[in-house]
Design a binder for this molecule. Structure first.
Ligand code: GLY
Ligand code: MN
Length: 462
């Protein structure tokens, strides 16, 4: 946990931004896997963590902006709880550490909020990502679950996004801790990956690294010889010499800040000539895109730059024909790069995505392009110092997509489908790093992780 002043200051700024009403920030509850007592590992709501810092279930933070009061609602453990889960300081004791002096039992929350509702005061809440929080809001505010989405407070969303987007030095330190653990996971994966092993052998070992460093995985690991499937969470394939594996994985620090790195590893320790060619294009796009990261630059332009480099490289290999800029304008690149170049990262690996990407990655004037490929760009707006983002271009050969585009004659003026067919079983390559936007440009977070063809081959087992 950060010092109490950090949380006090964050809440003070939030109240100033929201200006009036009552801010309601529910934490998460335990979440059962298959019966009530068998629960998923507890993960606190990220905005609750950001403003109230307490990493335990059953708590709700309330800021009465008009009265200048703050209170955490939650129940102390019963003796039965203590018997099964061990002792815990009281809610009041825990709140000392975050500078909150007022606490109350959970069942008083409804009375207080009903009063605010009866007085027609605004009760601001964020979009909940869990169903039990939706039901909790229904109980507290009398809003039907299907009306929660329209009842959320845009003022609160905007205030939270503005604050959480710019990372403080202590947050950057946490992200670098997460990236450090993530680096260990990636180096282990390079060393372990070998002909005859299963993906799950490596994925499991990487999860062990995250757990053994006091954290956990920041998101489900993608470790697959079918890296062309962007979020492939299946780990049951046997790896064979000649395959390439996309390893998109990351750890959380103990304070729940994320790392998110991707490397692509040759099984057997050596890339083939064709793999090297595709890898070199992706690496070039990634390095040049990172170079372009600086305050004021719109990330959609960095995405466009990466797309242009990818297309240019594919043209050199004969998969794309015609003018590169025209091919990108026509969307030809999206046959090979179907997603966005990156996203914000912080307490969530896709930071604040649950609050609405239009608030996190777009503005009133920079709207999402609904075209295939572009619609998956999570971040388009101008970068600011303190943003932490990922830069993760890739090239992916998806058989089903190739077939459909070819049958429809899509972008036929720019795509040599006979050549593309030869790469049908190629798989995918992605390379990703985590970048801090600084006043003067950018800084790649964490110590270097093998990335050039030579570095990856040297680290990989033969
Ligand atoms: N690491 C998975 C993603 O960024 O979508
Ligand atoms: Mn990512």
């Amino acid at each position: 946990m950060f010092p109490a002043d950090v949380y006090l200051e964050r809440r003070k700024r939030l109240a100033q931004q929201v200006q009036t009403g009552v801010i309601l920030l529910p934490g998460h509850n335990e979440s059962p896997m298959n019966y009530p007592d068998n629960q998923y590992p507890f993960r606190q709501d990220s905005s609750f963590l950001y403003f109230f810092g307490l990493d335990s279930p059953g708590l709700v933070g309330v800021i009465d902006v008009d009265e200048g009061e703050e209170c955490v609602f939650g129940d102390d453990l019963t003796v039965d709880d203590i018997v099964w889960t061990g002792p815990l300081p009281t809610v009041a004791q825990r709140c000392h550490a975050i500078g909150v002096t007022q606490t109350a039992p959970f069942d008083q929350l409804q009375t207080i909020l009903s009063k605010a509702v009866d007085q027609s005061r605004s009760v601001h809440f964020l979009p909940p990502c869990r169903a039990d929080n939706v039901l909790e809001l229904q109980w507290l505010l009398g809003i039907a679950p299907d009306r929660i989405a329209v009842g959320v407070s845009e003022a609160l969303i905007r205030a939270v996004v503005a604050q959480r987007s710019v990372k403080s030095p202590e947050e950057i330190e946490q992200i670098e801790i997460a990236v450090g653990i993530t680096r260990e996971m990636h180096i282990l994966a390079m060393k372990m990956t070998a002909d005859g092993l299963y993906e799950m052998d490596v994925a499991g070992a990487m999860a062990g690294v995250a757990l053994s460093r006091g954290g956990r995985l920041a998101f489900p690991t993608i470790f697959s010889i079918h890296g062309e499937t962007l979020h492939n969470h299946y780990h049951g394939n046997k790896m064979s010499r000649g395959d390439i594996v996309v390893n998109d994985s990351g750890a959380e620090s103990s304070l729940h800040y994320a790392g998110d790195i991707t490397r692509t590893i040759p099984v057997g320790g050596k890339f083939s000539r064709r793999q090297k060619e595709i890898y070199a294009i992706v690496l070039d796009a990634q390095e040049k895109a990172i170079e372009a990261v600086r305050p004021g630059v719109e990330f959609r332009d960095v995405h466009l730059l990466a797309c242009t480099i990818l297309v240019s490289g594919l043209k050199d290999l004969g998969l794309i024909k015609g003018d590169v800029e025209e091919a990108v304008a026509a969307g030809a690149h999206t046959l090979f790069f179907q997603c966005g170049l990156g996203h914000m990262m912080g307490l969530d690996v896709h930071d604040m995505e649950g609050l609405g990407e239009q608030y996190v990655g777009y503005t009133d004037t920079i709207e999402r392009n609904p075209e295939f490929g572009w619609k998956s760009l999570r971040l388009a707006k101008a970068l600011e110092p303190g943003f932490v983002i990922t830069v993760e271009p890739g090239l992916y050969f998806i058989g089903e997509l190739i077939d459909r585009w070819r049958a429809a004659g899509k972008c036929a003026a720019f795509i040599d489908y006979d050549m593309v067919e030869r790469y049908r079983d190629f798989g995918g390559v992605r390379i990703e790093d985590d970048i801090l936007v600084t006043e003067g440009g950018h800084r790649v977070l964490g110590e270097e992780i093998p990335k050039t063809i030579e570095e990856v081959e040297d680290m990989s087992s033969g």
